[in-house]
Design a protein around this ligand. Structure first.
Ligand code: ADP
Ligand code: LRH
Length: 473
């Protein structure tokens, strides 16, 4: 029989890509059709996503896909979490979606604590407290962008927004909605009571759909502009991390996952949210997964720091690639520098390089010299957090974790994989790199009835892509 073709749009915070998948009934083959950088834009005091440029790139990708003249069945989008656009009564996007690194939400958590104690917020939502959660962004919007907030008619998270641009249909997909701290984790539905208590609007929501739901057909304008026809738009696990976990071919029971991109997301796939004292104290999140699963995980500020070190180095010292940074790190004289990657100072500094150096100096470590020593401070900081996160996950779940499945762009970094194995003392199984894309694709295959379950999809992924094992030393 003829192969099935699907398109996955995966928007990460550092880059976006359109990947064509070909499934021959046994294996999946991926082809990258379009890749573009995602460059947030500072305007005055705020940081925004360049939303229409991202949508433009999406259409450039669709044009390139159309030029292949293949019979493409469906497409689906996944993006980073928590961010959104508001739609007005006429169906237009109001304002420009704000980037989660914007600082308008700093301090909101403490304000909210005075209205609804955080313990109560956690008991129902089960979501880790981070400044940028959608709930806190709503609260800040109400205060600081009242004309946008007051005119908001519907809320669409980023992937919902792109789906709306493509199809004219407004839905809220469950996994992406869960990232925002807007859902009751157990009921898996909007936490209307919490929103009411915080004085926030309760009527902004569309139908909450499960991953694997068909959203609709492309509107005529998009079909005409791109030349693509009769492609169904599907909502998959439209949170990139939900798709990354869906795309992880776990083999061992109680294995942890570590999705390594701009963020490091370390956790375990489980059946029901864990809302106990430990998960609250350790600030672990229970995000929604595909097939009714829960992703119990910790957000760790990840390769964002490395990306920005590279950017600074290229700007001020000379062109370097990630492999150059790895080489310099292996050759570094001093390898003991370490930062705390979750320190707020690393969230959106003007110069990451200076920030890392100052951190080491201020913590009496001396001054890291050269690229390798600066990068080692980042590697050590990240892998130390991985070690803590694994240990706490074992406490929260009461289970022993046998190994860590690593996926995402970051696993191209052998050094990171090695150091992760060493720091955690766990076997690391690295692969596939395009975890989010594959999770996106298998959920499409399921939605169109080509495969029956996520399990089946994961077996196909395992058979189609290589994995590399790193043992702790
Ligand atoms: P996101 O989806 O958040 O945009 P990715 O999953 O694409 O992120 O991962 C990007 C990260 O992967 C980069 O910041 C970098 O640290 C790492 N990376 C990408 N390419 C390489 C490479 N060739 N060697 C080592 N690391 C790499
Ligand atoms: C990773 C990610 C992560 C979120 C963050 C905002 O791309 O989606 O899971 O917490 O971005």
């Amino acid at each position: 029989s003829s192969p099935i073709y699907n398109l996955a749009f995966d928007f990460g915070a550092s880059s976006g890509r359109l990947i064509l998948s070909k499934f021959d009934g046994r294996k999946i083959e991926l082809e990258e059709i379009h890749r573009f950088t995602n460059n947030p834009v500072r305007v005055g005091k705020n940081i925004y996503w360049d939303t229409f440029r991202l949508y433009h790139e999406l259409k450039v990708g669709l044009k390139k896909a159309a030029a292949k003249k293949l019979n493409i069945t469906s497409l689906a989008i996944d993006t980073w979490g928590v961010d959104y656009g508001f739609i007005d009564k006429e169906g237009n996007l109001i304002g420009n979606p704000v980037n989660y690194r914007d600082d308008r939400t700093i301090g909101v958590i403490d304000e909210i604590d005075k209205i609804v104690p955080l313990k109560e917020v956690y008991a129902s939502t089960g979501i880790q407290f981070m400044n940028f959660n959608t709930l806190f962004q709503f609260y800040a919007d109400k205060k600081m962008r009242p004309s946008v907030y007051e005119n908001a008619y519907k809320f669409l998270a980023m992937p919902d927004l792109f789906n709306y641009f493509l199809t004219g249909k407004m839905f809220n997909e469950y996994t992406i909605a869960s990232t925002g701290q807007l859902l009751d984790a157990k009921k898996r539905f909007w936490d209307i009571d919490l929103l009411k208590r915080l004085g926030l609007k309760t009527d902004l929501f569309c139908e909450l759909i499960k991953p694997g739901t068909i959203v609709g057909d492309l509107i005529d304008e998009v079909a005409k502009e791109t030349g693509i026809e009769s492609v169904k738009v599907i909502a998959v696990g439209s949170h990139d991390t939900a798709s990354a976990v869906a795309g992880t071919p776990f083999e061992e029971e109680n294995a942890a996952f570590l999705s390594c991109g701009t963020w490091s997301l370390l956790g375990m796939e489980i059946d029901e949210p864990v809302l106990n004292e430990e998960s609250y104290q350790y600030n672990y999140t229970n995000e929604g997964g595909v097939e009714g699963k829960i992703r119990l995980l910790k957000n760790i500020n990840g390769l964002w720091i490395m990306q920005n070190l590279r950017k600074d180095w290229c700007e001020f010292e000379g062109e370097v690639s990630f492999p150059d940074i790895i080489k310099a790190s292996r050759e570094a004289k001093r390898k003991d520098f370490i930062i705390d990657p979750n320190d707020q100072r690393f969230s959106a500094p003007y110069s990451m390089m200076k920030e890392v150096i100052s951190y080491c100096e201020e913590h009496s470590q001396g001054t890291p010299q050269g690229l390798g020593e600066i990068a080692m401070a980042i590697y050590n900081g990240l892998t130390h957090e991985y070690k803590n996160a694994v240990a706490k996950l074992e406490v929260i779940t009461g289970k022993t974790i046998p190994c860590i499945n690593m996926v995402g762009g970051g696993i191209q970094d052998q050094l990171l994989c090695e150091l992760t194995a060493n720091a955690t003392g766990k076997k690391v199984i690295a692969g596939p790199i395009e975890g989010s894309v594959l999770g996106n694709i298998v959920m499409q295959l399921k939605a169109i009835g080509v495969i029956e379950s996520l399990d089946e999809g994961r077996k196909i992924i395992k058979d189609s892509f290589e994995q590399k094992v790193h043992l702790p030393m």
